[in-house]
Design a protein around this ligand. Sequence first.
Ligand code: HEM
Length: 472
Amino acid sequence: MTNRKKHIVKGIASWPWYRGFFQDPYACFNNMSKLHGNLFVLGNPIPLSGRGRQHVFAFGEEANKLVLSQPDVFRSGGQVIKGPRHSALQRLRAGIIAINGVKHRQHRKLMQPPFAKIAVASYVPTITRLIDQVLDRWVMDKPFNMYDETTKIANWIAAHILFDHEDFDRSTQTCELITRWIDLDVKARKLPIAFDIPGTAGARLLRHAEIVEEAMHELINEKRKETEPNKDVLSVLVHAARAEKADLTDVDLAAHAVILHAAAFVTTATALSWAMYLIAQNPKFSSEPNEEIKSNITNWPPEASQVDRLPLLDGLIRESQRLLPPVHHVIRTATSETELFGLEMQSRDRAVVSAFMTHRDPEIFENPSQFDPKRWLDNKPGPFQFIPFSAGPRLCLGYQFVMLEMKLVVFRAMQRFKINVLDNTHLDANVQLTLRPAAGLPMVVSNPDGSFKSTRVTGNINELVQCESNQA
Ligand code: HEM
């Protein structure tokens, strides 16, 4: 590991950086990197009060490898904010994403079978049916919010593989509970922990977590009534707990259920929205995967193996995940004294690595802001160079599943519609847990007449991505 030049900011000077980190990480990380390089440290924000806890921002492939491949040195703490001890919020956040060590390895192993490649391929009939149920409701030439639609698709599909839900009204209610949790999390994030102070977002978040927890226990109790284990993830876990295959309490089950559901639909909805946006705004390129689909697949639903053999569609999906990765950064906490690029870290210091920043490294991706799905035809980046699903032992469990799901959604949408962004849309991307369209994504669909045309869009999206539409 080579030593890096570091830049340390603490005391009052760190306040604007901390604010930027919590409220607008995209702009904040860009500034860190432009002004000070790839190793930036935010120290104790309280002047004259000792060393305190440091936040170490380390960007690039080598940093990803060091931080993500050593789970015993850098532990995961999850993506949502903490609650006080014994609160429902504190119990619920301890799902698969936030547990560590032996417990994490055991629980992850139990969850794996429904995500294996062969199991994933068997979901195609259900996934395609659910996609059509949503796409059937799209009305030609009538603007709608694509983010709401991709949320619906991602939520229904997640509810199916995680809980075997066919009651979509109910899964929509769970989706709304989780969406509200995230909204409150974003509002309460100004403090690192949700305090129970009446009238604040923190207090509302704590009350809301109690409602979510109750809904999860109801779901678990229903699974308990099944005599035989089903194929869905929650059923597998509930029956493993019953058979005492692992130390899995009711608290663990509720936390896994909610975190899995959130991890599955929030990310996928965002990723799908961005893919739709990029297709619409890059008409010349989009016509090629469209041709690839038409000339290779005429049946619906297709076999998973047919979908695997569409390199342009694959490139399009990967390129959208590269440019606009839903999980913008991940945070890890040092378990003991260690060092990173020559910088001493103490137990409880945090390391922050970023998919967004890594994917913008010109040494890995030439002309990184440019949307260019064809770069994937002969470019196979390493596991720590392309990290929309993280990397190492905590690689996203759902990544094979979601690659197939995204291809099927995009494939079907392109087969059935011409997709456009509503003209004169103002589109900002910001991090609200995921990197997402800040205020929805207005789009309009029409008959697929073979023509493609982009529209005029304003907003920070034009700084983030160079599309055919925003090039002179
Ligand atoms: C485009 C969609 C998705 C993206 C970009 C994504 C990304 C990620 C990332 C970056 C992580 C690591 C988070 C961290 O370390 O803090 C992760 C973990 C995880 N994801 Fe995904 N994910 C997606 C969809 C899904 C889906 C559909 C499922 C399940 C149905 C899923 C299940 C999980 C699980 C269980 C973990 C925790 C793995 C562990 O800690 O061992 N994800 N995902």
